[in-house]
Write a protein that binds this ligand. Structure first.
Ligand SMILES: Cc1cc2nc3c(=O)[nH]c(=O)nc-3n(C[C@H](O)[C@H](O)[C@H](O)COP(=O)(O)OP(=O)(O)OC[C@H]3O[C@@H](n4cnc5c(N)ncnc54)[C@H](O)[C@@H]3O)c2cc1C
Length: 160
């Protein structure tokens, strides 16, 4: 990374980005092309920095076809957008917090894991706890992303 001064290294700062972004851009293989989709997510960030995302989806569509063919993905997410104003054009900047990385996407079949994933997803999105019946898990697909590596950057609007 060129701007090491902006690099996120602390667990609490990664968690900040994960809690504030709300949507993740997932890049998938589409033959020789790349297919990128924005989606909401739930996440689990463990003490050893292991990161897992859960995404819910309808039962059909292009992303599921692509992921079944090749689960290798890249992702990016960003938040805290703010224009930093200056007197001259070269003094302008842009504040942000972002993460990106890569991993493997798996379509979850296990009912209990689907129930757990939906609860995590809803908790991350709403801050509330929900439980899901086995029947509800049959009407959605759950995509689990096992993240293998990730980095973060954060540029504050004001330095303090
Ligand atoms: C902020 C945000 C959060 C979202 N959260 C979720 C989520 O949690 N789960 C979820 O399943 N979906 C979510 N979506 C919708 C998601 O981006 C896809 O539209 C959806 O998952 C269908 O994808 P698909 O590959 O099955 O598309 P299909 O229905 O198979 O359609 C394929 C074609 O539709 C077009 N298309 C698909 N998605 C988009 C898009 N977002 N914008 C423009 N064109 C598109 C493309 O041309 C693509 O080739 C979210 C979208 C946004 C913007």
């Amino acid at each position: 990374m060129n701007r090491r001064d902006l690099e996120i290294t602390k667990q609490e700062d990664f968690r900040y980005v994960l809690e504030h972004c709300h949507s993740i851009n997932v890049g998938m293989h589409d033959g020789e092309d790349i297919y990128i989709l924005p989606m909401n997510y739930g996440y689990v960030l463990e003490e050893d920095k292991k990161l897992t995302f859960y995404i819910h989806s309808g039962k059909r569509g292009k992303k599921l076809e692509l992921l079944r063919a090749n689960g290798r993905i890249s992702f990016e997410m960003d938040c805290d957008h703010q224009l930093i104003e200056g007197e001259k054009p070269c003094q302008y900047g842009y504040a942000y917090a972002s993460m990106m990385g890569k991993g493997n996407a798996v379509i979850v079949e296990d009912v209990q894991e689907k129930q757990k994933a939906l609860s995590i997803l809803m908790s991350c999105l709403t801050g509330k706890e929900f439980e899901f019946t086995e029947k509800l898990t049959t009407i959605v697909e759950i995509i689990r992303i096992d993240v293998e590596e990730y980095t973060g950057k954060r540029r504050l609007a004001k330095r303090f």
